[in-house]
Write a protein that binds this ligand. Structure first.
Ligand code: G1P
Length: 291
């Protein structure tokens, strides 16, 4: 079984990052010198995905422009002899086949995924949410694809979170059957800490099978009045479903702190920037400790 298609829902309003998201998609927020969605697309490509569907919505056109060829810019860079920059820009336009479909009303993540039904055309597919960037040796979504291929069942990416944060996530209840691997028994979208069956949180990476579309159609609006993917996954139980703790470093770039942290840490990974950033950080710490 090959999993070669991925869906990236990018229709959300990005309310956690207002006011910047008033006129700019959260997926286009820069992490060092690339937008968030570039990292997510790279992760999918590294995991063997060669076909990506991005679910967009109002105000998201810059995402399409970013992944498109830009002949004017390429002409200008060539004329000026800026060949390194030219190569970079050309490569983005040719990374992978990307398709777009628009979600007309913001009815939730579940409804956004339903828009992918025609495109995935009966195949299992990966889902990557743009709120998380995962830095790891083995791509985050690739770790789930491995399990899905072995088990021939849906797999949800999870991470243990502190109990006080469970209400920000979909929470999985399961039986541990291997190293970081659970068989899922129950799912709850954003429970209060006292109601949460565990602290195993869904982190925006999934491998789904086409059965999810019927389940989504049967799912009534849930938390926040939106059609929740977590609720639709619950409809599919008791069919086999697995959750896998993704190894690697995760940045929640849809939150202010996660966004700033990702910028600092990923700039440290840049060879040309690293030394300067370290000395800048030292300087800033000295300055603030004297305030
Ligand atoms: C969505 C899902 C939630 C999951 C989270 C991960 O919520 O509904 O189950 O834990 O993504 O980022 P959102 O953050 O879009 O509200």
């Amino acid at each position: 079984m090959r999993i070669r298609k991925a869906v990236i829902p990018a229709a959300g309003l990005g309310t956690r990052m207002l006011p910047i998201t008033k006129s700019m998609p959260k997926e286009m927020l820069p992490i060092v010198d690339k937008p968030v969605i570039h990292y997510v697309v790279e992760e999918a490509i590294k995991a063997g995905i060669d076909d990506i569907l991005i679910i967009t919505g109002k105000g998201k056109r810059t995402i399409e422009d970013y992944f498109d060829r830009s002949f004017e810019l390429e002409y200008y860079l060539r004329e000026k002899g800026k060949l390194e920059e030219l190569k970079q820009v050309e490569e983005i336009g040719e990374m992978v086949d990307i398709y777009y479909v628009r979600q007309k009303k913001p009815l939730g993540l579940g409804d956004a995924i339903l828009h992918a039904e025609k495109h995935v055309n009966g195949e299992p597919f990966a889902v990557l949410l743009g709120d998380d960037i995962i830095v790891s040796e083995k791509p985050g979504i690739g770790q789930l694809i491995e399990v899905a291929r072995e088990k021939e069942a849906p797999v949800i990416g999870v991470e243990r979170v502190p109990q006080e944060l469970v209400s920000r996530y979909g929470i999985v209840e399961g039986v541990k059957i291997g190293d970081g691997l659970y068989r899922v028994n129950n799912l709850v979208e954003k429970p209060s800490p006292s109601e949460a069956p565990s602290n195993v949180a869904i982190i925006g990476r999934y491998v789904l099978f086409p059965e999810i579309f019927d389940a989504l159609r049967e799912t009534p609006p849930g938390k926040g009045g939106e059609i929740q993917l977590t609720d639709a996954l619950k409809v599919l139980l008791p069919q086999p479903m697995f959750a896998k703790e993704i190894t690697g470093k995760r940045y929640d770039v849809g939150s202010r702190l996660g966004f700033v942290r990702a910028n600092i840490e990923l700039s440290l990974a840049h060879e040309e920037l690293r030394e300067e950033i370290i000395s800048l950080m030292g300087q800033i710490i000295q300055e603030v400790s004297h305030e």
